[in-house]
Ligand binder design. Structure first.
Ligand code: HAM
Length: 418
C-alpha cells in the first residue's frame, strides 16, 4: 500500500468545515484592513529563499525541499510566503503604482522539520505583507489584524511577545558586545549555539536548550542598544497597541529565525500548543525588496499557521450548516421524476442528495436518516402520476403533500426559515 508522506497530512471531509471557517474568517479580517489577495507559486528558484531568509538559518540550512529542474536549475518548494510575494512585487514593478500596497495569501508551505503535534512538513499559512511605509502605525496595524483575527476565533490564552531588532547599524554595533559576552560563556552553550556564534550569533539568544537559556540570562540585550530612531519607532508601536487595547509583552530574546527582519519583531503564542507554541509571527523587513533587486521599499508582515489554529479552535465554533433535502424516489415513474426533482432543487440553490442504490422507500428512509438531511421528499409511482410528493420532516416525522412543481420554492422557504 502506498502511504502519504510523514508530516504531510490529508484534510478529510469531516475536517474541511473547520478549515473553511478559519480561512473565511482570515479573508474577512484581511478585507477589513484593506489587504488584497495574492497567489504566488508553490515553487521558486532556490536562490530566492537562500538570499531572503538567509543562508545561515535553520530553514535554508536544513529544512528546504530542494530539487534540480530538468535543465539543472535548483528549485525549492516555498518554506514561507514573504520571499515569493516580494519577488512578485518587484517582478511586476508594483513600486511604480501608488504605495502603500497590502497583500495577503493563504496556502501550503513546506519545511523538512521533525514532525510532531503542530509541526508538519506541509503546513498552511495565512500571511499578510504591507509594502511602502515605515510608519510604526503600519506595524501596529499588522499586529492588530493578527490579534483581532485570532481573538475572533476565540483561541485560548494568547500572548503577544514583541521586540525590536533595531536598524542594521544598531545590530552591527551590538553584535561585538553580544559576541564578547558569548565568548565568555562558550563552555555553557550547546554545540548548535557554539556553531551559531560564527554564523548567526543573535539566534543563540533564542535557543530553547535550558543550559543555553541559563547561560544567556544576563546577556546584553539588543533592545537596550537601540538608536534613538529605532527606539522611537518601537515606542510608537507599543503606544498604539496600548491605545487600542492589545496587550503585549516585551521579550528581549525574540530574534526570529529568518534573517530579513529589522525593527519590530513579534510572535503570538498560546500555552495550549505545547512545544510548538507560536500561532503566528512576523515583523518589519525594510531591506528585503532592495536586497532582492527592487527599489528601496520598506515592508512589514506576519504569517500564522493554520494547523495550529485548527488544533486550538474551540468546539462549537463552527456555524451550523444549512439543512439539506433527501429525495427518496423509487419505482419506474417515481425514479425518473426524482432525477428531475434533484436537478430542480439544486438549480433553486438547495443542497439535495439521494442514494441511487436504494430502490424501495424503507431503504431510502434509512439512508435519509444516515445522511442527516432535515427533510425527505417521498416520490413513488403514485406521487409521480398525481404530480405531488410527500415532504417529511425527519426530526418530527410530520408529513405534508406538496405539488412537485412547487417543491423547490416550498423547501427553500422552509429551509431559509431555519
Ligand atoms: P515563521 O515564524 O517561520 O514566519 O512562520 C509563521 C508561522 O507559521 C509560525 O508561527 C507557525 O504558526 C507556522 N509554522 C511555521 N512552521 C511550521 C510547521 N513546520 N508546521 C506548522 N506550522 C508552522 C514566516 O514564515 C514569515 N514569512 C512571517 C512573515 C510574513 N514575516 C513577515 N511577513
Amino acid at each position: 500500500m502506498i502511504k502519504g508522506i510523514k508530516g504531510v497530512k490529508d484534510i478529510l471531509p469531516e475536517d474541511t468545515p473547520r478549515w473553511r471557517f478559519i480561512e473565511d474568517t482570515a479573508r474577512r479580517w484581511a478585507d477589513r484592513y484593506g489587504f488584497k489577495e495574492i497567489r504566488v507559486p508553490i515553487f521558486e528558484v532556490t536562490t530566492l529563499f537562500a538570499r531572503s531568509i538567509g543562508a545561515a538559518t535553520d530553514i535554508v540550512e536544513k529544512e528546504m525541499y530542494t530539487f534540480p529542474d530538468r535543465d539543472g536549475t535548483s528549485l525549492t518548494l516555498r518554506p514561507e510566503g514573504t520571499a515569493g510575494t516580494v519577488r512578485a512585487f518587484i517582478e511586476h514593478n508594483r513600486a511604480a503604482d501608488p504605495l502603500p500596497q497590502k497583500f495577503f495569501y493563504i496556502g501550503p508551505m513546506f519545511r523538512h522539520e521533525r514532525p510532531q503535534a503542530g509541526r508538519l512538513r506541509q503546513f498552511h499559512q495565512f500571511g499578510v505583507e504591507y509594502f511602502g511605509t515605515q510608519d510604526p502605525k503600519a506595524d501596529a496595524d499588522v499586529i492588530a489584524l493578527l490579534w483581532r483575527f485570532l481573538s475572533d476565533l476565540s483561541l485560548p490564552d494568547l500572548t503577544l511577545e514583541i521586540n525590536s531588532l533595531g536598524t542594521a547599524a544598531d545590530r552591527a554595533a551590538y553584535l561585538p558586545i553580544l559576541m564578547s559576552f558569548l565568548k565568555s560563556h562558550t563552555g555553557e552553550l550547546c554545540e548548535n549555539c557554539r556553531r551559531r556564534m560564527d554564523t548567526n550569533p543573535l539566534r543563540v539568544l533564542d535557543c530553547k536548550v535550558p543550559g543555553c537559556r541559563a547561560a544567556t540570562e544576563q546577556a546584553p540585550q539588543l533592545v537596550s542598544h537601540l538608536s534613538p530612531e529605532a527606539k522611537s519607532h518601537f515606542d510608537e508601536v507599543l503606544s498604539i497597541l496600548g491605545a487600542i487595547g492589545i496587550p503585549s509583552r516585551l521579550n528581549p530574546r525574540l530574534v526570529r529565525g529568518l534573517d530579513y527582519y529589522c525593527l519590530t519583531a513579534f510572535e503570538i503564542t498560546s500555552s495550549h500548543l505545547g512545544a510548538q507554541n507560536a500561532v503566528g509571527a512576523g515583523g518589519r523587513y525594510d531591506g528585503l525588496v532592495e536586497l532582492l533587486g527592487g527599489p528601496a521599499v520598506p515592508a512589514v508582515g506576519f504569517a500564522t499557521g493554520l494547523e495550529r489554529i485548527a488544533m486550538m479552535l474551540p468546539e462549537g465554533s463552527l456555524p451550523s450548516s444549512l439543512p439539506s433535502v433527501y429525495v427518496a424516489a423509487f419505482g419506474s415513474e417515481g425514479s425518473p421524476a426524482g432525477v428531475r426533482l434533484l436537478d430542480a432543487l439544486r438549480l433553486a440553490g438547495l443542497s439535495a442528495y439521494t442514494d441511487y442504490r436504494s430502490t424501495a422507500l424503507k431503504a431510502h428512509l434509512r439512508q435519509a436518516d444516515r445522511s442527516g438531511c432535515r427533510f425527505a421528499v417521498l416520490l413513488g409511482d403514485d406521487e409521480a402520476k398525481s404530480g405531488s410528493a410527500v415532504v417529511r420532516n425527519m426530526d418530527s416525522k410530520a408529513q405534508e403533500t406538496v405539488a412537485i412543481a412547487d417543491l423547490p420554492r416550498y423547501l427553500l422557504s422552509l429551509i431559509q426559515g431555519f
